[in-house]
Design a protein around this ligand. Structure first.
Ligand code: PHB
Length: 545
């Protein structure tokens, strides 16, 4: 029934996998890793760049946080939600140990949530990381469901790769203690939980319980992770099992994720996952691989599958593609291990997360902002920075400086009082009134230059105005000769989490002119940073400074 596969989609996926495994990748590396011709690699990269999934920095190619929307499609369809992730974090607080949720993925275990305790000896796995079943607690729970073919595939893999080189998240070298997977499966069948006593690295221990679906199959493993400096493996299990079981029962009682795109509400005519392929094609001509763009659109559309999956009609409607085209893309995604179908319903598979999710989920807020700051600096030829509020100060967390004889010299970690700075003003303006008042009282404004505004009533007027206008300025109020314009950076809930500015010498131009020249670029940059931040933080949050 299914037709042939979509070659440009296959090639695009191969390039994304190659980009995901290494830190610094150039086009030549992709040629070697994929076996594709250089001209093909160039077209794939140009298409991925046009889709915003790859960024070129000199000769180097980098995956962008936007690519996380592919893994997010799997996470959304799997029923994970911000609420489930938040519960995991609360459980970690209660237990005072790291807690994770993982799903079965072939003969591996893939993390979908991690709530880590930050300790000197702490777990380094991230969302999207894959561990071999024989070397972690969840593996024994999931392997209990394997059929003969799955066991045979596992044996072949272990024989071919005993140290797990195919699992980049594993520390190099053999396991500190041997793992008897079949014995551990038998034990976990008898007890209903599984233990990892230093199967990954010396000292690392974990206990896991299954979270079952309606059919009784383990859908997730819920693990608590610790270190032998705190507990023995058995001691950890005794301590955490009651709480893990209680939480697993709660997760099992949640209704299955509703499909936001069920057949009943199909509204053809408004494709939501269509790519602006017409523009891109006009712009890049044969350099744009339309069927790669369409295939990735189909993959994203699978994120609308609730519990059971999506019918072809819904996928065609969501992408604006003819059914035959959507079906060929789905067939290709199935061959690549990223989608499955069950009767007439299609759903995404966890392997999608191998397309860069683990690498990208390690990025902190500053890593996400930095490439955008560089672009802004290239555009306006002035230094750009991002700060957060820390008490009554602003704290520099990301920055791109220009090379000029006279440039504003500030390094990461620099602090200034918030009240006489443009960034401090957008940050204070984003606070609830009580917090704003408390901070202005905590450090009474002092005149730092002839022009510093210090009267509380005047400052409050400036802050109200910043909140209303969505930007703030400071003109020689922190330092003579220094002028700055700033805009807020907001999270998906519209809370101001940081500020973005451009600072320059005051010069002779009136302030209005500087604002007019800088504000459009500042706003576009803020929107681009926010879009990346919202994609990266959709399920698991982003590490803020
Ligand atoms: C983890 O969440 O990092 C984890 C879970 C289970 C293990 C090991 C690590 O067996």
């Amino acid at each position: 029934m299914p037709g042939e596969s979509v070659r440009p989609l296959e090639r695009g996926l191969a390039v994304l996998r190659a980009l995901a495994v290494a830190e610094q990748v150039r086009a030549g590396d992709l040629v070697r890793a994929t076996g594709l011709a250089r001209s093909t690699v160039d077209r794939v990269v140009a298409t991925l760049a046009r889709l915003g999934y790859v960024r070129e920095h000199g000769q180097e190619l980098h995956l962008t946080p936007r690519l996380m929307e592919l893994g997010n499609a799997y996470l959304a369809a799997s029923g994970l939600s911000g609420e489930v992730a938040a519960r995991t974090a609360r459980l970690a607080d209660k237990l005072d140990e790291s807690v994770s949720l993982a799903v079965p993925d072939g003969d591996g275990v893939r993390f979908v949530t991690q709530a880590a305790r930050r300790r000197a000896m702490s777990v380094a796995f991230r969302i999207g990381d894959l561990l071999p079943a024989e070397r972690c607690a969840p593996g024994a729970l999931f392997a209990a469901e394997w059929d003969e073919a799955a066991w045979a595939a596992w044996r072949a893999r272990v024989a071919a790769d005993p140290e797990g080189h195919a699992f980049p998240a594993l520390p190099p070298g053999p396991a500190p203690l041997p793992s008897d997977l079949t014995g551990r499966v038998e034990r976990s069948r008898a007890t209903g939980w599984a233990l990892d006593d230093q199967l990954i690295e010396p000292g690392l221990i974990a206990a896991a319980v299954p979270v079952r679906d309606a059919a009784g199959r383990p859908r997730y493993a819920l693990s608590a992770v610790s270190h032998t400096s705190r507990h023995t493996a058995q001691g950890l299990a005794e301590l955490v099992l009651p709480r893990l079981r209680e939480e697993a029962a709660h997760l099992e009682s949640l209704p299955p994720a509703p499909s936001p795109y069920g057949e009943a509400e199909l509204t053809p005519g408004q494709p939501v996952d269509a790519v602006d392929a017409v523009d891109a094609k006009a712009e890049l001509g044969p350099g744009f691989l339309q069927s790669l763009a369409r295939g990735l659109g189909v993959l994203r559309a699978l994120g609308r599958a609730g519990g059971d999956g999506l019918p072809l009609t819904a996928i065609a409607a969501a992408t604006g593609l003819p059914r035959a085209t959507a079906r060929r893309c789905l067939h290709t995604l199935e061959l690549e291990g990223y989608a499955a179908h069950d009767g007439r319903l299609y759903r995404p598979l966890p392997r999608i997360m191998e397309l860069g999710y683990a690498r990208l989920s390690r990025l902190g807020f500053a890593d996400i902002a930095e490439p955008h700051l560089r672009q802004l600096t290239d555009r306006v030829h002035q230094s750009a920075s991002v700060t957060v509020l820390d008490g009554t100060d602003i704290l520099y967390v990301a920055r791109a400086a220009t090379v000029r004889v006279m440039s504003v010299y500030i390094t990461l970690g620099t602090r200034f009082p918030a009240y006489p700075t443009a960034m401090g003003r957008v940050l204070l303006a984003g606070l609830p009134q009580e917090d704003r008042a408390r901070l202005l009282k905590a450090e009474p404004p002092r005149p730092l230059t002839r022009r510093t505004v210090t009267a509380p009533a005047d400052l409050n007027r400036i802050l109200d105005r910043a909140a209303a206008d969505g930007y703030a300025t400071a003109d020689e109020e922190l330092e003579e000769g220094l002028r700055s314009v700033a805009v807020p950076l907001k999270d998906a809930e519209e809370r101001v989490v940081a500020a973005l500015n451009v600072a320059q010498h005051a010069g002779t131009a009136p302030l209005d002119e500087t604002v007019g020249a800088l504000l459009p670029a500042l706003r576009e940059t803020a929107a681009a940073i926010e879009a990346d931040l919202h994609t990266a933080a959709r399920f698991n949050g982003v590490l803020m400074p």
